[in-house]
Design a protein around this ligand. Structure first.
Ligand code: SUG
Length: 417
């Protein structure tokens, strides 16, 4: 077994648009009504994957979902022609691109049966995301269908909201060794909804057969949610024995860090003080929504969105971090403007799975030639622009469906059609 961390990125679907559907996600609400560029959005995602491949990282994909979601509209007693503006937008959302919300993943080293467990997220807080899980589940069951190595679980009942890996972190001495899994939930969010329910986190931990002694549930601070940290991955990120977090990310931070220190004595907590980077600066730059990765050569690197350069205090802090003696030595900046305008940075776009690539369905893995195939399809079929009114265009559904079908055909994944 050659275990590796594989990042599965959601390919941005052809219906990517700015309908302002996510209350509590400041980018989404403040860009409501803007014109989107689905083709540019998807190509930015491909460029990030190319970049990460060039660093020697393993890369996978998850596919866009069928949009509009006719089945969901039928369940609501309507269809795309007759649906209200908000239901039509929810049925057309490309939000499945944010693969960090697809599922929670526990590597084999942490689970009772020694297999990698994945639980698809129910995403029930936001209507436009609540209908993602069946199409996600279908893909996870294909990609991770080898039951000697993987177990794919149905979602937690919708009574308890679950947003997947965006609220889950793991601290471990090294890949392949048992880690401590940290489930982060919301309690209060000021005027904003909290997305993750603690009971959903506990259920996922039970499904995965985690050791209760090495499983922590931690609450987000109310200030963080109220400032726009609708998911924990907007204010914290972990990799191996490193936790990088904003000072105000967690409700009971001292107790959390002390417990972590006891369980993983060589944990390194890198905290960004509020006096140096405010919550508002962290959220508008998405500094913490970086991919924190172990580089094959040496040390760790952060894959950051271009917006971190726009806030001098953030860029300055990062510069000092990389110049210091800590584990994070390299900064890589990628342009994800289109996804960022809906509140999704580098980490939102990927689902981390520790697995031997040979045990994953190869159609969900990519190298340079496969990325070229995908970008050819995007160039040929993804709309250049979408304005909110375009969602009413009777020609649009057919165009979106043909675009997705063209991609599935080229990737030999027509069973998802
Ligand atoms: O759920 N945005 C997503 C962004 C998800 C980011 N993911 C992580 N933090 N892991 C959300 O709020 C906006 C869609 C719209 O407004 O049309 C949206 O759904």
């Amino acid at each position: 077994m050659m275990l590796r961390e594989i990042n599965f990125d959601g390919i941005v679907g052809p219906s990517h648009n700015y309908a302002g559907l996510s209350l509590g996600n400041i980018a989404s609400t403040s860009n409501a009504g803007s014109v989107s560029n689905p083709r540019a959005a998807a190509l930015e995602g491909i460029a990030k994957m190319r970049h990460n491949l060039s660093l020697g990282l393993a890369q996978g994909i998850l596919l866009p979902h069928p949009r509009p979601d006719h089945g969901w509209l039928t369940q609501l007693g309507t269809d795309i022609e007759r649906a209200s503006v908000s239901l039509r937008a929810a049925a057309c959302s490309a939000s499945a691109m944010w693969a960090a919300n697809a599922a929670t993943v526990s590597p084999a080293a942490d689970t009772r049966d020694g297999r990698c467990h994945l639980t698809v997220a129910n995403l029930r807080t936001m209507p436009h995301r609540s209908h993602e899980w069946p199409a996600t589940l279908e893909q996870l069951k294909l990609a991770f269908g080898d039951q000697r190595h993987f177990v794919v679980h149905d979602p937690v009942p919708a009574t308890f909201a679950d947003e997947g890996a965006a609220n889950h972190m793991r601290i471990a001495p090294a890949h392949g060794r048992p880690g401590v899994e940290i489930f982060v939930h919301g309690q209060r969010g000021g005027g904003f909804p909290v997305r993750q329910h603690v009971e959903a986190s506990r259920a996922v931990a039970r499904f995965h057969g985690l050791d209760p002694e090495r499983t922590l549930t931690v609450a987000q601070s109310e200030e963080a949610v109220a400032a726009g940290a609708f998911h924990n991955d907007v204010v914290a990120v972990s990799n191996e024995n490193v936790l990088l977090a904003h000072e105000q990310a967690f409700a009971e931070r001292d107790h959390f860090y002390a417990t972590l220190q006891r369980l993983v004595p060589d944990v390194q907590v890198i905290e960004v003080p509020a006096s140096e980077v405010s919550l508002e600066e962290a959220i508008s730059s998405y500094l913490f929504n970086a991919q924190l990765v172990t580089l094959p050569e040496e040390g760790m690197g952060l894959i950051l969105p271009g917006e971190v350069r726009e806030i001098p205090r953030v860029w300055h802090w990062l510069g000092r971090l990389a110049a210091g003696n800590g584990p994070i030595r390299s900064l890589f900046v990628v342009d994800l403007r289109q996804s960022m305008a809906n509140g999704g940075g580098p980490a939102c776009l990927r689902l981390r799975v520790v697995a031997d690539p040979a045990t994953v369905d190869p159609r969900f893995l990519v190298d340079e030639p496969r990325l070229s195939i995908i970008s050819d399809v995007i160039n040929a079929h993804w709309p250049d622009e979408l304005a909110p009114d375009d969602l009413r265009d009777p020609e649009l559904p057919g165009r979106l469906e043909r675009a997705r079908l063209a991609l599935l055909e080229r990737l030999e994944l027509k069973e998802l059609a």
